[in-house]
Design a binder for this molecule. Structure first.
Ligand code: PLP
Length: 371
């Protein structure tokens, strides 16, 4: 191998293995609040739709069936009052696939550029996608309110940028970006903006839910997922929508790459997108769990704020250090969380706690704390 060979770094959650083992030795079992994977069942009518044999026998369209893209357009209309033409929509195999693959594809579109701009505290796949495409991953600072500070972006980085990522509500911080400012910056600088909105349904201040497509479709792409919205992370259904040329390019290149959401998953996705009641139920569950965990961690001596959106608590370790606090919670309570380092070098003092275990598991943690 040459010096230039890419060696995949250890996968963040694999690094928790020794801590999980230590927690198991201490408690026999663990309550895993590290990965943001849903624990509640998907709606029954969604699972029923999976059984339609017609959707399984042939190859599904890579861009999404007409019915699937129609359901996406209806959802954008009903949820945000945004009108999205069907050709400006594409399906993806869960959104991580798109996040990780995007820099490679955008570089083929514009070989003169080599930079991905992403929030300095963020889901790791934005930077990893850039590195896997041989691009520069350039973090963008957050302002004092935790929002993407687009004005801080260096002109030289903007000129080289293939895209700017926003993630609102943010994983891990739970903050909401100013999408008006983000879209305006992208347009003023000729940089496509990709807005990862997979937690938008879990925006806690009703009425603050927003998509970048509310700013118009030119130069921006909204990236959405059914994984969190409908407890369908195992189904791998995501979609993206926005700028006509960008979506067309991505749809064409993904076709050539053989990327397809399985037909039955697209059928099920249509049913999920047509129902808002299960999303409202899920909102209540997450909010209650966030409140329960916040109280529990406060009695453990930590200062905890509820997020503006998403289902994570983003907690300062109060001087302990993120890895050290992660270890302490594992040993004291059998509770597994993610150290802040997973989300950027500037937040090693934080931990992220995902409210993704059923109530009985959270009560078990509370009972361990009172022992
Ligand atoms: C911010 C963010 N974007 C994208 C994803 C990927 O979700 P999926 O691939 O299930 O659509 C996640 C998953 O945790 C996430 O937190």
């Amino acid at each position: 191998m040459t010096d230039k060979a890419f060696v995949p770094p250890p996968y963040p959650h694999d690094r928790l293995r020794p801590i999980i083992e230590a927690a198991r030795s201490a408690h026999g079992d663990v309550v895993d609040l590290s990965i943001g994977t849903p624990c509640d069942p998907p709606p029954a009518q969604v699972m029923d739709a999976l059984l339609d044999p017609d959707s399984a026998k042939g190859y599904p369209p890579s861009v999404g069936t007409d019915d699937f893209r129609g359901a996406v357009a209806s959802w954008f209309g009903a949820r945000f009052g945004v009108d999205v033409p069907i050709p400006q929509i594409g399906a993806c195999v869960g959104t991580k696939e798109l996040v990780a693959g995007l820099p490679h594809w955008l570089r083929l579109r514009d070989p003169g550029r080599d930079t991905v701009l992403y929030p300095e505290v963020s889901y790791p796949s934005y930077a990893m996608g850039a590195l896997m495409a041989g691009c520069r991953a350039v973090p963008v600072a957050l302002d004092s309110s935790g929002r993407l500070d687009v004005e801080s972006i260096d002109d030289r980085d903007a000129q080289r940028a293939l895209c700017l990522w926003s993630n609102s509500p943010s994983n891990p911080t739970g903050k909401l970006d100013d999408l008006t400012a983000v879209a305006a910056w992208g347009r003023a600088n000729g940089v496509p903006v990709f807005s990862d909105e997979c937690y938008v349904e879990f925006t806690w201040n009703r009425g603050s839910e927003s998509t970048i497509l509310g700013e118009g479709l030119d130069g921006v792409v909204s990236v959405q997922s059914l994984s969190k919205r409908s407890n369908l992370a195992g189904m791998r259904v995501g979609f993206f929508a926005g700028d006509a040329e960008l979506v067309h390019f991505l749809n064409e290149i993904r076709k050539h790459s053989g990327l397809m959401v399985p037909g039955p998953a697209q059928r099920a996705g249509i049913v999920a997108l047509g129902d808002q009641d299960h999303v409202n139920d899920q909102r209540s569950r997450y909010l209650e769990r966030l409140q329960f965990l916040a109280q529990m961690l406060a009695s453990y001596g930590l200062e905890v704020e509820l997020p503006e959106g998403g289902f994570y608590l983003w907690v300062n370790s109060a001087g302990a250090g993120g890895w050290e606090l992660t270890e302490r919670l594992a040993i004291d309570l059998g509770m597994i969380v993610s150290p802040g380092e997973f989300y950027g070098p500037s937040v090693v003092d934080y931990i992220r706690v995902a409210a993704v275990q059923p109530d009985d598991q959270l009560e078990l943690l509370a009972s361990r704390m009172s022992c």
